[in-house]
Every structure is written in structure tokens, then in C-alpha cells.
Design a protein around this ligand. Structure first.
Ligand code: BJW
Length: 228
């Protein structure tokens, strides 16, 4: 049971794994068939837009076929019931938290169901395929790309997130490997400012030593137990 006024929760690919979406690293991971530098950098997008757009079209299609799981639903219950401040920061580009009913949510790495104009930087909802060269309805440039934060790009909302971490009483990390910054450093920021820290994961993450409390198992069991 959460016991603090301000809670910041960080979620990663492990939160959606039991819905049927592959995680990134490890056996069976999303990048097994793709080199990360082929699909997930601005340079790769410029060099081979067809490959990158196809990769995200396939991810968007996979997302349409899956449903939120018990971990997403438990966080939505926490959101509905928690009278204090709550911010769920997700690294996931899926929309399973929203579909479970979570409202206090921030997508730090962008969203599959969104497109970004590389000319005017307007973001808009997007469903279905997004071929390279798609015209931006706002500025008319053929510059719509997946609204995804690639390596070397600045994650969304860092100022708001760092402020929330600084006043957090509790920081909880769920289903993330702790391999990608800045999210991997959130536990250190929260600790520095005096928050309690809890890791919920299938196995210890790269940053597990930073957490005061650690529980290991599937997110669909750990998260409902924690929220109950
Ligand atoms: C379960 C489970 C179950 C499984 N139940 N658990 C050197 C040092 C430090 C930093 C850098 C460096 N060189 C470069 C950098 C920066 C770079 C970085 O971190 N690189 C590292 C590789 C070292 N970062 C960036 O470039 C970022 N931008 C940046 O830093 O800008 C500068 C700046 C920052 C802040 C302010 C101002 C300026 C951008 C990073 C963008 C990451 N993008 C991706 C792709 C998104 C699109 C897509 O989905 O395709 O985001 S990479 C990928 O990794 C994706 C994820 O969100 C992210 C994290 O992955 P996640 O979620 O942790 O998944 P996995 O697969 O790694 O782990 C799954 C976990 O789940 C495991 O732990 C399992 O055990 C667990 N699990 N089943 C519970 N059932």
C-alpha cells in the first residue's frame, strides 16, 4: 500500500510485456531482428526512412491487437483513488495506460499513436500506417515522422518530471531495465531529495542497488499487490 503524499511512478516495457508487447532487451526482445542504431536514431531515420517507418507501422499494428493488463489496471485504480499528487512517467510508446483509464500520465519517449512534423514540430494523433513523405496538415511540408524520442533526442517534459521527483515522497520503478537515461537516473534524483524508493521488476535492473525496497516477479502480480 502506498504511504506517501507525492508519488512518482516510472514504467518501462516490462509493464506491457504480459499484454503481449515485446520488451527491448534480452531474448525475444524487439531489437533482436533490428540493430538499435538502424531504427532508433535521427541518423537512421534520415538514412533509411522506409525501414524506420515500417518498423513503427508494425509496432502500431501490434499495439492495436493487445489489451491493458492487471498492472495497467492497478495503476489506473491508484490514480482514481490517490488523493495526493501522482505522476506516472512512462517510457512506453504504447497507449495501454490510457486504455486502462490512467489520467495522470506523461509519455517521456513519445507515442506510437502520434505523428511529429520534422518541419514545424507540431504533434498530432495518428493511427494506421505513416509512410515517409506524408504531408503535415499544418505546414504542408512532406515531413511527418513517428512521434518517438530517438537516441540523442531530448525526452519530453523533463522540467516537469524533475520538479516532481524533487518533491516526491515515494518513487516507484516498474518493469524497466535501467539501461536508458535520463529515466535510469530518476531513482538517484528522487533519493537525493529524500524519497522512499521501490523497484518492481521480473529481475534486478541495472540500477537496483539504488532502491531501498525491491520486489521481483511479474508486473501483473507485483503492481496489484502494491496498490491494494
Ligand atoms: C518485466 C516483465 C514482467 C520484463 N514484469 N518486469 C552514456 C551514458 C549515459 C547516457 C548516455 C550515454 N550515451 C548516450 C546516452 C544517452 C542515451 C542513453 O541512455 N543511452 C544508453 C544506451 C547508454 N539517452 C538518450 O539519448 C535519451 N536522450 C537524452 O539523453 O537526451 C539528453 C537530455 C536528457 C535530459 C535532458 C536534456 C537532455 C533518449 C533516449 C530515447 C530512448 N528511446 C527508446 C526507443 C523509443 C521508441 C521505441 O519504443 O521504439 O525508448 S530506446 C528503448 O529503451 C525505449 C524504452 O523506452 C527504453 C527503455 O527500455 P525499457 O523500458 O527499460 O525496456 P527493456 O527491454 O530494456 O527492459 C525491460 C525490463 O522489463 C527488464 O528489466 C525486465 O526484467 C522487465 N520485465 N517482463 C515485470 N512481466
Amino acid at each position: 500500500m502506498p504511504h506517501a503524499g507525492t508519488i512518482v511512478v516510472l514504467t518501462g516495457a516490462g509493464t506491457s510485456a504480459e499484454s503481449g508487447l515485446a520488451t527491448f532487451r534480452g531474448p525475444g526482445g524487439l531489437w533482436e531482428g533490428h540493430r538499435v542504431e538502424d531504427v532508433c536514431t535521427p541518423e537512421a531515420l534520415a538514412a533509411d526512412p522506409d525501414l524506420v517507418h515500417r518498423f513503427y507501422d508494425a509496432r502500431r499494428e501490434a499495439l492495436a491487437a493487445v489489451q491493458p493488463n492487471a498492472a495497467h489496471r492497478a495503476l489506473a485504480r491508484l490514480d482514481a483513488a490517490w488523493p495526493g499528487e501522482l505522476l506516472v512517467v512512462t517510457q512506453n510508446v504504447d497507449d495501454l495506460h490510457e486504455r486502462a483509464g490512467l489520467r495522470r500520465l506523461h509519455h517521456i519517449h513519445g507515442q506510437l499513436n502520434s505523428a511529429l512534423c520534422a518541419n514545424c514540430w507540431e504533434r498530432r494523433n495518428w493511427s494506421g500506417d505513416l509512410p515517409p513523405g506524408t504531408i503535415c496538415p499544418a505546414c504542408k511540408a512532406p515531413a511527418l515522422r513517428p512521434d518517438i524520442v530517438f537516441f540523442g533526442e531530448i525526452p519530453y517534459g523533463m522540467e516537469e518530471i524533475e520538479a516532481a521527483l524533487a518533491r516526491a515522497d515515494l518513487f516507484v520503478s516498474i518493469g524497466t531495465s535501467g539501461a536508458v537515461y535520463p529515466a535510469a537516473g530518476f531513482v538517484q534524483i528522487a533519493r537525493y531529495h529524500g524519497a522512499d524508493t521501490l523497484e518492481l521488476n521480473l529481475e534486478p535492473s541495472a540500477g537496483s542497488d539504488w532502491f531501498a525496497d525491491r520486489r521481483y516477479g511479474p508486473a501483473t502480480e507485483l503492481v496489484p499487490d502494491w496498490v491494494a
